[in-house]
Design a protein around this ligand. Structure first.
Ligand code: UD1
Ligand code: MG
Length: 384
């Protein structure tokens, strides 16, 4: 099955996403900008897909590898799998952002996003090398988002939900530096949420790819929003900025997923998880839709809340919280004391092969993202 399911998953999401984004952008006259971003997306994909197999031997030589825990006891479990290949996709992504930088009208924001993603990639790679403790890991994104925070000149106001406006007497409230704190917390959440919903071949890169597609669809929907919008031009510009940041990410992410799909030839490492989370946080901060971003992270939110007793140290948290591999059946079995979504699904559904479990997680991600989008447009419309 292997790569066939990679192609099914990627094409079935990619084609409608690109077609829809292009259609909406064309309607409002952004055809040229979107075409340029699509070219960078292809560049990022090809660059990542072609560079990874040419670099893996260097990672093995430098002792940067891991063993596939879910194949322990089989020949696949003894193979040294190069780790932290997120470094390659992040580098390709940064090259794409530099090209974008040349053509964009808001170079300061691009420089800030570029610096934050660069710093996050560096710290992610440092984490992979040094195997940092959880309490330190948590603060890496806080350091990495500093370039954006100090350069952020956008609005620091939040909208008051419509039912409360009569009581407050205002539509918008300026929360000042609390907004910066909120942005920092977003970066910490997005990066770590992806990193702890992991451990199955293809899951880290797969969930990032799906989230990216859905944010892009959301951005495109905002080009021609329903109802009256006070400032349509800036709404469109913000969403175009977010699309500019996400298009190259989509390519680079799909490129690494190709090699990380079951059975993985490489591991993405914390470098990739942090780089992906930071890119989403950047896109949502610069595109001014950070509340909406959380709606795309529902499985990650469930995983995070369910993991809290172990993350806070109330219950013992082992180094790896993966399921148990049963050599006789070739299936993974849930472990009750490992409080994460992967184990919870296995406990609810019964044992499953790693590939099927990863596919189920990704289908769930798609379903929750669809639900999130509906929630965004139906429920939030009533209160904002
Ligand atoms: C997080 C999780 C940890 C999980 C790990 C797996 C928390 C608090 N931490 O830790 O429970 O075990 O991610 O990524 O929830 N690996 C596989 N198959 C894969 C991917 C990874 O076996 O498809 C193993 C490999 O041995 C690899 C290692 O996980 O070397 C990488 O783990 P790392 O990313 O360093 O773990 P953390 O992010 O610290
Ligand atoms: Mg990790």
């Amino acid at each position: 099955m292997g790569l066939r399911s990679y192609f099914i998953v990627s094409v079935s999401l990619l084609v409608p996403t690109l077609a829809y984004v292009f259609y909406e952008a064309d309607k409002v006259g952004f055809r040229k900008e979107i075409t340029a971003s699509m070219v960078l997306c292809v560049f990022g994909f090809l660059g990542t897909v072609l560079a990874i197999p040419r670099m893996t031997h260097l990672f093995i030589k430098a002792d940067i590898f891991g063993f596939d825990i879910n194949k322990r006891g089989t020949p696949g479990g003894d193979i040294k799998i190069p780790e932290s290949l997120g470094l390659i996709s992040a580098t390709m992504y940064l090259v794409c952002l530099c090209f974008l930088h040349l053509v964009h009208e808001q170079p300061i924001l691009y420089t800030a996003a570029l610096s934050s993603v660069t710093l996050m990639t560096l710290l992610g790679f440092a984490d992979d090398m040094l195997d940092l403790k959880w309490r330190y890991k948590l603060f890496l994104p806080l350091i990495a988002c500093l370039p954006l925070l100090v350069n952020y000149t956008g609005s620091t106001s939040v909208m008051i939900p419509r039912p409360l406006r009569d009581y407050v007497g205002l539509n918008l409230v300026n929360v000042g530096y609390l907004y910066h704190l909120y942005m920092a917390l977003m970066s910490i959440f997005c990066t770590n949420a992806i990193n702890i919903y992991a451990g199955l071949n293809g899951l880290e890169a797969g969930q990032s790819f799906i989230i990216c597609c859905f944010i892009m669809v959301h951005n495109a929907m905002q080009f021609s929003p329903v109802g009256d919008k006070d400032n349509l031009d800036s709404l469109r510009a913000n969403n175009l900025l977010s699309l500019d940041i996400l298009f190259p990410f989509l390519g680079c992410c799909l490129g690494i997923l190709y090699h990380n799909w079951h059975p993985s030839k490489i591991f993405v490492g914390d470098t990739f998880c942090y780089f992906a989370g930071m890119t989403f946080a950047m896109a949502s901060i610069l595109g001014h839709f950070s509340e909406t971003l959380l709606i795309m992270f529902i499985p990650q939110l469930i995983n995070f809340v369910y993991s809290l007793p172990q993350l806070l140290g109330l219950i013992h948290c082992p180094r790896h919280r993966l399921p148990k591999y049963n050599k006789d059946t070739g299936k993974l079995e849930g472990i009750r004391s490992n409080l994460n979504l992967v184990n919870l699904i296995l406990i609810l559904t019964g044992p499953m092969t790693e590939e099927n479990l990863c596919r189920l997680c990704l289908v769930m991600q798609v379903v929750f993202c669809c639900l999130g989008l509906c929630l965004r447009f139906v429920v939030l419309k009533l209160i904002t």
